[in-house]
Write a protein that binds this ligand. Structure first.
Ligand code: NAD
Ligand code: AHE
Ligand code: ZN
Length: 370
C-alpha cells in the first residue's frame, strides 16, 4: 500500500512529507493506522544527528496511538479494529529481561530495532523509487500507517481519545513511571525535577500522585513555571537567576538535599547538579534525559561514597503491554491529567513547525493528528 509520512532523509534537515510504500505485516507483525502522534524531544535528538544510533532515511516518531488494520500470520493477542499504542520498549514476556522483575528492558528485538529494522531484519517502508526507509524505535509513528511487531503493541480501551493517549506512548508513562516504578518515591518525600518539558511535568504529576511533600521544579525558561504549579510543583528555581552555587541553593531549599532528583533535560552538567543536590546518605538521582553522542557524566566518587545513588530509567520502567492500558484507565478515570500538556495540534504537513515550537520553548507537547 501507499501511505503518507514525514521522512527524515538526512541528519539535521527538516522532515519531508511524502507518499511512501508500505508492505503488509509478516508473521508476528501488525499493520496499524496511526491516528495521532506526539513529538518527543528524543525524535528531535535523532533528527538533529545527536543520536549515535540515528540511521537515515528513516520515519521517526514513537509516541502514537491508532487502530489495527491487518494482522500477520501467528498474531493471537490482537485483531482488526483493536485500539493500540506502539511500544518502543516491547514486552515479549519470554526473554530473560521480561522474566526478571528488576527491569522492563525486553531485549527480544532490541538489536534489529536499533538498526531501524523489523525483527526479520528487513524494512517495510520504501520510497516510491524503491529506496528502503528505516523504521525508528520499532514504532515510526510519523506515518499514517506503520507495521509493528505484536509484542510492541499495547491494546487499549476504545473510548479513549487518540489525540491524548498517544502521549502515554512515551512522555506520560516515562515521567510518572520514573517516580513510581524506578525511584519508588515514598509519601512525604522532597524532590527536585530538572527540566519542566513534556517529561518533567509528568514527573511532577507522578510525584503528586506518590504524595511528595516538596516538589521543586528547575528550568531556564520562566514560562514553564505556570504549568509546573498546575501539576503540583511547590517551588520554582531558574538557575540563571541564582547568585552563587546552584547545588548549594537547592540543598538549602530542600533542607539538606532532596530525597529524589530527576533529570529531564538531557544535559550532562544538569545531571551532575541533580546528583549533587540529592541528600547525603540516601538521596537518589534518576537520569531520564538522553544525551548526545560523546557526552559523558561525571562527579566526584565521594558523592556516591557518601550515600547518593545514581540510576537511570527507560520508558519509566514500565512494561508496556501490561502497564500502558492501566495508565490509559488512570487518564479516563481522571486520576492523571493529560489535556493541558497538549499545547499544540498540527497536521502532518505542519510537523516541522512542531520542532520549531519545541526549540522556542513554546510547546509542551505538539500532537500531529492524521
Ligand atoms: P522538552 O524539550 O519538552 O523539555 C526539556 C526542558 O528542559 C525544557 O523545558 C527546557 O527549557 C529545559 N532545559 C533545557 N536545558 C536546561 C538546563 N540546562 N537547565 C534547566 N532546564 C533546562 O523535552 P522532553 O520531551 O520533556 O524530553 C526531555 C528529555 O528526556 C530529553 O532528553 C528526551 O530525549 C528524554 N526522554 C527520555 C526518555 C527515557 O525513557 N529515558 C523518554 C522520553 C524522553
Ligand atoms: N539511541 C540513543 C539512546 C536513546 C534512548 O536512551 N532511548 C530511550 C528512550 S527515549 C524515549 O523518548 C530508551 O528507551 N533507551 C533504552 C534503549 O534500549 O534504547 C543512544 O544514545 O544510543
Ligand atoms: Zn520519547
Amino acid at each position: 500500500m501507499r501511505t503518507r509520512a514525514a521522512v527524515a532523509l538526512e541528519a539535521g534537515k527538516p522532515l519531508e512529507i511524502m507518499d511512501v510504500n508500505l508492505e503488509g505485516p509478516r508473521t508476528g507483525e501488525v499493520l496499524v493506522e496511526i491516528k495521532a502522534t506526539g513529538l518527543c524531544h528524543t525524535d528531535e535528538f535523532t533528527r538533529s544527528g545527536d543520536d549515535p544510533e540515528g540511521i537515515f532515511p528513516a520515519i521517526l516518531g514513537h509516541e502514537g496511538a491508532g487502530v489495527v488494520i491487518e494482522v500477520g500470520e501467528g498474531v493471537t493477542s490482537l485483531e482488526v479494529g483493536d485500539h493500540v499504542i506502539p511500544l518502543y520498549t516491547p514486552e515479549c514476556r519470554e526473554c530473560d529481561y521480561c522474566l526478571n522483575p528488576k527491569t522492563n528492558l525486553c531485549q527480544s528485538i532490541r538489536s534489529t530495532q536499533g538498526q531501524g529494522l523489523l525483527p526479520d531484519g528487513s524494512t517495510r517502508f520504501s520510497m516510491l523509487d524503491g529506496t528502503p526507509i528505516h523504521h525508528y524505535m520499532g514504532c515510526s509513528t510519523f506515518a499514517n500507517h506503520t507495521v509493528v511487531p505484536e509484542i510492541a503493541l499495547a491494546k487499549v480501551r476504545k473510548d479513549a481519545p487518540f489525540d491524548k493517549i498517544c502521549y502515554i506512548g512515551c512522555g506520560v508513562t516515562t515521567g510518572i513511571g520514573a517516580v513510581i516504578n524506578t525511584a519508588k518515591v515514598e509519601i512525604g518525600s522532597r524532590a527536585i525535577v530538572f527540566g519542566l518539558g513534556g517529561i518533567g511535568l509528568n514527573v511532577i504529576q507522578g510525584l503528586r500522585l506518590a504524595g511528595a511533600d516538596q516538589i521543586v521544579g528547575v528550568d531556564l525558561n520562566d514560562d514553564k513555571a505556570t504549568m509546573g504549579k498546575h501539576f503540583g510543583m511547590t517551588d520554582f528555581v531558574n538557575p540563571s537567576k541564582i547568585q552563587g552555587d546552584i547545588v548549594a541553593h537547592l540543598v538549602e531549599l530542600t533542607g539538606g538535599g532532596a530525597d529524589y532528583t530527576f533529570d529531564a533535560t538531557g544535559n550532562v552538567k544538569v545531571m551532575r547538579t541533580a546528583l549533587e543536590a540529592a541528600h547525603k546518605g540516601w538521596g537518589e538521582s534518576v537520569i531520564i534525559g538522553v544525551a548526545p553522542a560523546g557526552a559523558e557524566i561525571s562527579t566526584r566518587p565521594f558523592q556516591l561514597v557518601t550515600g547518593r545513588v545514581w540510576r537511570g530509567t527507560a520508558f519509566g520502567g514500565a512494561s508496556g503491554r501490561t502497564d500502558v492500558p492501566k495508565i490509559v484507565d488512570w487518564y479516563m478515570d481522571g486520576k492523571i491529567e493529560i489535556d493541558p500538556m497538549i499545547t499544540h495540534k498540527l497536521s502532518l504537513e505542519e510537523i516541522n513547525h512542531g520542532f520549531d515550537l519545541m526549540h522556542e520553548g513554546k510547546s509542551i507537547r505538539a500532537v500531529v493528528e492524521f
